[in-house]
Design a binder for this molecule. Structure first.
Ligand code: DGL
Length: 283
């Protein structure tokens, strides 16, 4: 008898979470994965707490209905604004033995090990910056660090339109770097706190002073997931391990499939999903 299908759910507002899934596949290829990008309602960055919570909750309910026992919110904005409420208010009702994890905690756990000056910067969406989640988590885990954030609202649209490596994008890369370093010139480590941003890694490095290191969270989150599964055999043992991958989008499958290779190392063939509030206007 084959095991029941119990993939690891991976959720993002769009395609950025594929950069996290890519690292999961490198480190933990044996598991089944189910990816959902809520492209119809992306970007989440400018949306309100309530809207992001509603959308993320809908997605989490869908993952559990599909058989997941473990869901990773591979989106900083959704992790910042919805994860804690879902863990505390909803998970017990949806699936009392299931788990929902985010990307902020595992990333902040590493930041203190990476900086020498003790001054770190965070590039993130407006939603993540306004939530203050990185500042609060870092303050809790590494109280001696000085943390400075910079919202980069133009980067996700540039990436989604495949303009992130064009000459035009240099202006917005330099603008946000200057704004961050103007706030704190002693920063020696900058986190790319949005799953889209690793696509701009090389472009950002071109404009960064060479002594500043740039941190991409994919490898950190993948390593943390591997450790989590070692520490939680009750979850690990129920995950199905047939190396199946399935991809869903709330928007056009053709668009998602065409652009996936910008974010991901493999071609994909996605399926369409309608979520209840799809096309709710932005708040
Ligand atoms: N991928 C999301 C994140 O990590 C940002 C994209 C969006 O604004 O929807 O924050």
């Amino acid at each position: 008898m084959t095991d029941p299908y119990s993939p690891i759910g991976v959720f993002d507002s769009g395609s950025g979470g594929l950069t996290i899934l890519d690292e999961f596949l490198r480190v933990l290829p044996q598991y089944d994965y189910l990816y959902l990008g809520d492209h119809a309602r992306a970007p989440y960055g400018p949306r309100s707490f309530e809207t992001i919570y509603d959308y993320t909750l809908e997605a989490v309910e869908w993952f559990f209905a599909k058989g997941c026992q473990l869901v990773i919110i591979a989106c900083n904005t959704a992790s910042a604004k919805a994860l804690r409420s879902i863990q505390q208010l909803d998970l017990n009702r949806i699936n009392s033995s299931g788990r929902v994890l985010g990307v902020i905690r595992p990333t902040t756990e590493q930041m203190g090990h990476l900086t020498k000056s003790g001054h770190v910067g965070i590039f993130a969406t407006t939603g993540t910056v306004n939530s203050n989640s990185y500042v609060l988590e870092l303050d809790h885990l590494w109280p001696e660090l000085k943390v400075t954030q910079q919202a980069c609202p133009m980067w996700v649209p540039l990436i989604e339109n495949n303009e992130h490596l064009s000459e035009g994008s240099d202006y917005f890369v330099k603008k946000y770097i200057d704004a961050l370093l103007h706030q704190d010139a002693l920063i020696d480590t900058i986190l790319l706190g949005c799953t889209h941003y690793p696509l701009m890694e090389e472009k950002i490095k071109e404009h960064l002073p060479p002594h500043i290191q740039l941190v991409c969270q994919g490898p950190i989150v993948a390593k943390s997931l591997k450790n989590y599964l070692l520490r939680h055999p009750e979850i690990e043992s129920v995950l199905s391990k047939n190396a199946k991958r399935a991809f869903f989008t709330t928007e056009s499958t053709a668009n998602f499939d065409d652009k996936a290779l910008i974010f991901f190392s493999q071609n994909i063939q996605s399926m369409h999903l309608d979520l209840q509030h799809t096309n709710t206007p932005s708040t």
